[in-house]
Design a protein around this ligand. Sequence first.
Ligand code: ADP
Ligand code: MG
Length: 226
Amino acid sequence: MTAEIITLRKVSKVYGSGESAVRALDSVSLSVRERDFVAVMGPSGSGKSTLMHILGCLDVPSSGDYFFAGEDVAQMGETELARIRNRRIGFVFQQFHLLPSMSAWRNVELPLLYRSTTGRRERALRALDEVGLANRVDHRPNQLSGGQQQRVAIARALVTEPTLILADEPTGNLDSQSSKDVLALLRSLNEAGHTVVLITHDAGVASVAGRVVEMSDGTLRERAAA
Ligand code: ADP
Ligand code: MG
């Protein structure tokens, strides 16, 4: 039996109030187990980013429950939430969010600076090796292609050995070959044991995941296996 990493029970999120209230999530339930690879797919405005913010402990539900690795997120204080964001979730964004003045390995090392870990450089180099960039560790972002920059960002997400990798439109800024490379990398990381949630509006992108859930107007439903 594998552990449940994400448990959402009837989670709703309402922005604003009164006439202008928007129900961005409407009673969403979802469970993601260790080693799953789940794509959350839906058109613009369907609630994907809202869901991502809640899953990433960047925002809280208006109602319903969220358990991360069995722990009730509503019961956590800011310190504990920050700890989960920094150590247990590896974020990958559409914009790579790399620091331009720093080399690849310095960028990857960043999440480790919050704690006194020895061997930070070695860990950063190992993560870069995992994403196939062992030969680019001293390059700065502007010396790398878009696909390589996103692989650096994935190495940065991996370096803390997170419980969950949360990727929001990771191929949104990439050409088709780089997109394929990044998706193949996410798939191989999943095969190596990482739990991955991939958020996308693109059915082709979603199809690399073993499981696809579809969002529409704030509701979520499981797509039948092909
Ligand atoms: P997606 O990422 O799928 O495009 P979002 O989660 O960004 O969808 O948005 C879902 C709905 O919630 C949309 O109708 C959007 O306009 C609304 N929304 C998102 N963020 C806010 C906010 N901060 N304040 C008010 N409405 C918001
Ligand atoms: Mg969005």
